[in-house]
Write a protein that binds this ligand. Sequence first.
Ligand SMILES: [Zn+2]
Length: 141
Amino acid sequence: MSLFDYTTPKRDNVFDLVIPRHEFFHGATDQLTGGRDNPNCLSDLVAAGLAEGWSDIFALAVNVLDNPTITRDTATPFAPYVAGTPSGLRTFPYTSDMAMNPSTYSIAGTQEYQEVHMIGEVWASMLRKVYYVPQVVGKTP
Ligand SMILES: [Zn+2]
């Protein structure tokens, strides 16, 4: 783990639990995707973006287990502590509310989104909309 230099003084990213969880899930998805004979299959732009999105959404999903009041409509910024801002490290908070997070697959092809974390934001936003259903987090619909 490391110190993030978005703030002065720098902040240790282990105090924002989504960061170590995000990195843990990189390890899991990198090892599990492609099998033992193809461990680098998440290396091109789009595949690496998928990996970033998986790591974001799995890290946030663990937070749902910690706090069952979080729903898919809850605006959840990613790592606001290390970013030093309430909006966090990503462009939009993760939520199914399109007014707060307008990410759709169509923007993944734009010039602005040709970076792995930006593609990951789109992928994680889509996963957030389908994953955070009441049944998954143990609530009755
Ligand atoms: Zn990552």
